[in-house]
Design a binder for this molecule. Sequence first.
Ligand code: NAI
Length: 395
Amino acid sequence: MKIRKENEKLIVPERVTIPFIEGDGIGREITPVAQKVVDEAVKKAYGGERSIEWRETLAGEKAFKSTGEWLPAETIGVFREHIVGIKGPLATPVGGGIRSLNVAMRQELDLYVCLRPVRWFDGVASPVKEPWKVDMVIFRENTEDIYAGIEWQQGTPEAHKFLRFLTAEMGVTKVRFPDTSSFGVKPVSVEGTERLVRAAIRYALDNRRPTVTLVHKGNIMKYTEGGFRTWGYALAEREFGEEIHSGRLTVNDVIADAFLQNTLLTPEKYSVIATLNLNGDYISDQLAAMVGGIGIAPGANVNYDSGHAIFEATHGIAPDIAGKNLANPSSLLLSSVMMLEYLGWNKAAALVTTAMERAFADSEATIDLARFMPEGNALGTKEFGECVINKIKVL
Ligand code: NAI
């Protein structure tokens, strides 16, 4: 049965259909493992009263082979209709066509938040001394900024035309090497900022998190990144003034470069992060590296107004290890945990998280993590899935 959105709320049936894209490369290995683990957790949590019916939908290489298209229109339609879905990593088509399947899906469904929770698991090796202090949830704006893809290559008639417009009509004199410059445009809007910051603040309040930090580079880019800061604070005051003045929530801001430094020095100061697209890209990867790398970093792309959400593995298709039963399914497993929480199935979500915590604490992991554990027991992809399932059974 399908999820519905009514009066701003998701209505999740007990037997819910969840569309999934298996993914290319290691997607074929990690997706079935994640599904088995989730099924076991749901069964254990709700004793058969709730269940997920997985509905496969095609994208990437698998879609191309059977339909001639990398992203069939039907796939977007299925995600639109079912509201919540999950995907493995996808190969980027080489030589034209869609630039990125992920970007295409985000745009089609206007998934304006890239959500990345980052936490450390006991037992997982980290390059920092106190990784347990890292516990943040990043809200990265997904639709604007320099990522909107408005740019012109140097030497083209378009770049010359744009330069003429800048100099003749806008009075710009600061282009250092005008004849050989490429140009890019960075749109950052009031609406785009407000919906992102609103989502971050609501998340913080719903999950009893103490702060929302706006991360920006407004000291230099005053109207775009500075606008993000100004509009973000204004929204916070206008819509959440009571929560802020009563001390339930602190909204503050920090400049992006200082933030990257501070996350290494005093990560415990930060909880929920709201930031623009490009900053969010760098921040997500740095924080992921601090807790064990992208192999275990989960993510989702969400539109909190329509309810649409696609949960995903954040790494790529790892062609170097595909088909060898070596891939770490943890990123997709933790994305599945996020999905269960989004559905309100928190008990099942907690079972998967606890089972994974126990696996890592027992030094049981796939080889990418196990090789850095002093007594690491390297398991294959399937065997790690079995290990998590066995731990769920005894919780
Ligand atoms: P990648 O993430 O596939 O691989 C980078 C390195 O990390 C490789 O050494 C790989 O073996 C390792 N790795 C990645 N995931 C792992 C896992 N779960 N367990 C163990 N090791 C893992 O990135 P790369 O090589 O830049 O991209 C390969 C392909 O994946 C490209 O076609 C790219 O477009 C696509 N890609 C897709 C993404 C998505 O669908 N979200 C994201 C990033 C890349």
